[in-house]
Design a protein around this ligand. Structure first.
Ligand SMILES: [Zn+2]
Length: 161
């Protein structure tokens, strides 16, 4: 598990995010029994279906060229399987949940990401990583389902509005 993720990180290139992303998803599929210990089955099942071609990747304020060496270092210094699986899950999220230019109206600490609830993948829900604010059309809403990154077609139609 450890050597494999280091190899994937080592092959990281900002110019081939699609490949990198799909390798991360294959890694999750391979070790799904370990990931399941630290995430819900519902979310894990969704994550295993993520595909680079259906998502807009790398649109956020995360600097991957700094983050990947940082994550690599952390693993080399010694992470347990829980820490590793959480690192990979959060990297997948950072890569694929489209970040808007819109500041979170609640905490003002982060920009909102475009997500959908697993029960309704046609409705954009704006989400804040920092305070977990969730909103639909600029109104706060409570969402019970797990949130997943909004698919590419939905993000594109949102950006056209
Ligand atoms: Zn917030």
């Amino acid at each position: 598990m450890r050597e494999e993720i280091l190899t994937i990180y080592n092959n990281f290139s900002i110019d081939s995010l699609d490949l990198f992303f799909d390798e991360l998803i294959n890694y999750v599929k391979k070790y799904d029994s370990i990931f399941l210990k630290y995430t819900s089955l519902e979310y894990l099942d969704e994550m295993k279906k993520f595909k680079s071609k259906n998502l807009i990747l790398g649109h956020s304020d995360d600097n991957l060229e700094i983050a990947i060496p940082f994550y690599t270092n952390k693993i080399k210094k010694g992470l347990n399987e829980e820490e590793m699986s959480k690192q990979v899950s959060s990297l997948i999220w950072d890569l694929s949940a489209y970040m808007t230019d819109e500041e979170c109206p609640s905490c003002h600490d982060s920009n909102l990401r475009l997500t959908v609830a697993t029960s309704n993948t046609n409705q954009i829900i704006k989400f804040c990583d920092e305070c977990l604010y969730t909103g639909i059309a600029d109104k706060h809403v409570d969402v019970k389902d797990d949130l997943i990154p909004a698919p590419k077609n939905l993000v594109k139609s949102y950006l056209k509005c």
